[in-house]
Structure formats: C-alpha cells, structure tokens
Design a protein around this ligand. Structure first.
Ligand SMILES: CC(C)(COP(=O)(O)OP(=O)(O)OC[C@H]1O[C@@H](n2cnc3c(N)ncnc32)[C@H](O)[C@@H]1OP(=O)(O)O)[C@@H](O)C(=O)NCCC(=O)NCCSC(=O)C[C@H](O)C(=O)O
Ligand SMILES: [Mg+2]
Length: 356
C-alpha cells in the first residue's frame, strides 16, 4: 500500500497529477453501446444529446470475433464526434483477457483526451486497480495527456464484494463503482439466471394464522441486491466516490426497471446503466429528485436558518441531521438543474408553490 504522503503523486514521470476531488457531474445514466455495431454507432450522435454518460463497451456483449472492430469503432467515433458536455466512458475487457492490454494502450494513446472514465470489469481487489493505475500513468505520459483518466470498478465478483472498501480507496483515480449483478450472481453461485432485478422465489411469508399452513399467508418478494448495493454505497461514500446500480436485463419490463433504479437511488446511488434507448428516460426520471421532494428540501433548509436547533414543519420534527438530508436532495437538484432548463423550471415552480 502507498504511503498517504505519496497517494497523490503521479505514478509515472510526465503523467498528469491525480485529482484530489472526483468531479461530480450528472451521471444518471451510463448508456452502453457496442462501437462495432454499425446500427448502434449510427445512433451515437443523437443519443449523446440525451444522456449524461455514453459508454463504448468492449467487454461482455461484444462477441470475441468483434473485439478489435469494437475497439477500432470506438476510436473513430470518439475522433469524429463532438460530445458536448456528455461524458465519454469505455468499459475495457477484463484484466485476465487477451484484449485488455491493447484496449488500454490503443484507447489512451489514440483518444485519451476524449475519454473521461475507464470502467474495469471483474475487479477482485485493490491489486487490480493498482495495476491499471500505473499502466494508465505510463500511457498518459506517453500520450502527453494533461488530464488524468479516472477509473470505475464493477463490483461483480465475490472477492470484489469482500474487498469493496479497499477497492474504493485504492487510487485517487477511483471515480465510482457499479453493481454487476449478472457476473456477481455467477461468481457467488446464486441460483438466479436474471440480469439484475428480483426473483419471485426470494421472499418472506407471514406467520400461519391457524392449523392450515397454506391458509391466508401473504408473501413479499425481497430485494436480492439490497445487501450488496448498501455495502457498495457505504464504501463509496467513505472514499468520496460515486455508487451506481448496473444493468437491468429485462428491457421489456420498464416497470420493474424503474423500481430497481428507484431502490438504488433511495439507497444512495447516483445513476444506473441503460442498455437500450428505452431505459434512458427511466434513469433520467428516477435519478433526478422529484419536484415535490426538492420543494420540501428547500423549505426545510429555508426554515432551519443556520441549520441548528429543532423546528416543526407540517407536524414533522426537523433538526441538524434532517437539514443535512435535505441539502443532499437540494444540492443534487441544483447540479442537475444547472444543465437542464426544463428541470430547473419544474423545481422552481414546485418551490414557489410550497414557499409561496
Ligand atoms: C439488448 C439489445 C441486444 C437489444 O437490441 P435489439 O434487438 O436491436 O433491440 P431493438 O430492436 O429494440 O432496438 C431498436 C433500435 O435501437 C437500437 N439500439 C438498441 N440498443 C441500443 C443501444 N444500447 N444504443 C444505441 N442503439 C441501440 C437498435 O440497433 C435498433 O436500431 P434500428 O434497427 O436502427 O431501429 C441491445 O439493446 C444491446 O445490445 N444493448 C447493449 C447490451 C450491453 O451492452 N450489454 C452489456 C452490459 S450488461 C453486462 O455486461 C452485465 C454486467 O456486467 C453484469 O455482470 O451484471
Ligand atoms: Mg459483468
């Protein structure tokens, strides 16, 4: 482990200095596309205007015989496209694969100035981040980059979950962590074959009311991912980086997708992956606080003055802690509204109605 004194030192001569704070720009949806798929690639300029993050995926979902085409496609799309304020990320192949070294060397040297974040799959522990950290520094120096690339880990192995706190704090490049429920389920030998979401078999049942064990007993489906998401959120918050829910594979089931995204939002995640255009608006809606919640938060902040003491608002006690909760919502709303006049107007209208 590096000494705390060296933590922010560049890992190669000529590499840019690591960031001290992770930039908090909207990243409600990380939109996945296969850069080697011509139909998807053709949609990139339009989709870029609608999403916070566009991610050129090189790993799973790209066939082995299309890996080079995906990598080359991402290079040409990045060179040809003005992404405006939309961030460009990539997911490289896993560190044990035959493709990852060429992914990193090619992308950093060819389009390192266009990329914001490199997503690393199947991270097992801090050692994986340390490897990528040093290699990126060497490549940044070679490419003459002035802005350091950030790293995002996918939490999708049992050992990754066991080591999530050390992964989150492994490098100043660490931008965030996403849950990868499909690989994680396989790694843990869970018996769900779904990509994220719940399972009807994972439930609790109310007690029997009489001798008939089948009579009148309601069941409630439980969330398979609650423990992991909560643990990931804590690890990220502890290290000042951002947590995300990952994929929801049942593209047709937009209702359950919204539920899964909202659970993650309420637990502290800032965004989720969109795998298909239909999931973009779901993520935008869910990961933007509602106008009524924003109006309430602004009202509590206004009525709490310097933020200390206790007051009653509509029968509810507010104090130093609840004003901090409200600041989380209000600050997120302000950050999102700064880039979105429609959202800003909705927040201001609801606030006006509440505050008068
Ligand atoms: C899931 C898909 C394979 C579905 O594609 P398709 O069958 O083509 O769907 P549609 O016919 O409904 O598509 C309509 C049009 O939209 C285009 N399209 C589809 N998806 C995208 C997209 N993501 N970005 C841009 N454009 C998209 C189609 O080409 C159609 O175009 P047109 O015919 O011209 O109208 C497909 O959506 C897909 O491949 N999505 C991405 C999948 C992916 O990236 N998976 C990897 C992430 S999840 C994962 O890895 C698991 C995780 O790591 C874990 O372990 O949990
Ligand atoms: Mg995966």
């Amino acid at each position: 482990m590096r000494s705390p004194k060296d933590f922010f030192a560049p890992l190669a001569l000529g590499a840019p200095a690591p960031v001290r704070e992770i930039p908090v720009t909207p990243s409600r949806m990380i939109h996945f596309f296969d850069p080697g798929n011509e139909k998807m690639a053709a949609k990139v300029p339009d989709i870029a205007k609608k999403v916070d993050v566009l991610l050129g995926n090189l790993e799973d979902a790209v066939r082995a015989d299309r890996k080079e085409a995906a990598r080359a496609g991402l290079v040409s799309i990045a060179k040809a496209t003005d992404f405006g304020r939309t961030q460009l990320w990539t997911r490289v192949n896993s560190l044990d694969s035959p493709w990852v070294l060429d992914d990193l060397v090619t992308l950093v040297t060819e389009i390192g100035d266009k990329l914001d974040v490199i997503m690393v799959p199947k991270v097992e522990g801090a050692q994986d981040i340390h490897y990528v950290d040093r290699l990126l520094a060497q490549l940044e120096a070679r490419a003459g980059l002035t802005k350091p690339l950030l790293v995002h880990a996918i939490l999708e192995t049992a050992s990754g979950v066991a080591n999530v706190e050390e992964i989150a704090g492994a490098s100043p490049r660490m931008q965030g962590i996403s849950l990868g429920p499909a690989d994680l389920a396989a790694s843990r030998r869970m018996k769900t074959t779904r990509v994220g979401g719940g399972h009807p078999g994972y439930l609790v049942r109310t007690d029997p009311t009489g001798d008939d064990l089948n009579e009148g007993r309601t069941t409630y489906q439980q969330d398979l991912w609650h423990y992991t998401v909560a643990r990931m959120v804590d690890a990220c918050a502890m290290h000042g980086i951002l947590p995300y829910y990952g994929p929801f594979g049942d593209i047709r089931d937009v209702v359950a997708c919204e539920d899964q995204f909202r659970n993650a939002f309420l637990l502290g995640c800032v965004g989720a992956w969109s795998l298909h255009p239909v999931q973009i608006d779901i993520a935008k809606k869910v990961f933007s606080p509602s106008p009524s919640d924003v109006a309430w938060a602004r009202r509590v902040i206004a009525e709490m003055g310097d933020g200390t003491g206790a007051v009653m608002i509509d029968g509810k006690m507010q104090d130093d802690a609840s004003v901090k909760q409200c600041r989380v919502v209000a600050e997120l709303a302000d950050a999102l509204a700064a880039d979105d006049p429609e959202l800003a107007a909705a927040y201001d209208a609801a606030t006006k109605e509440t505050l008068g």
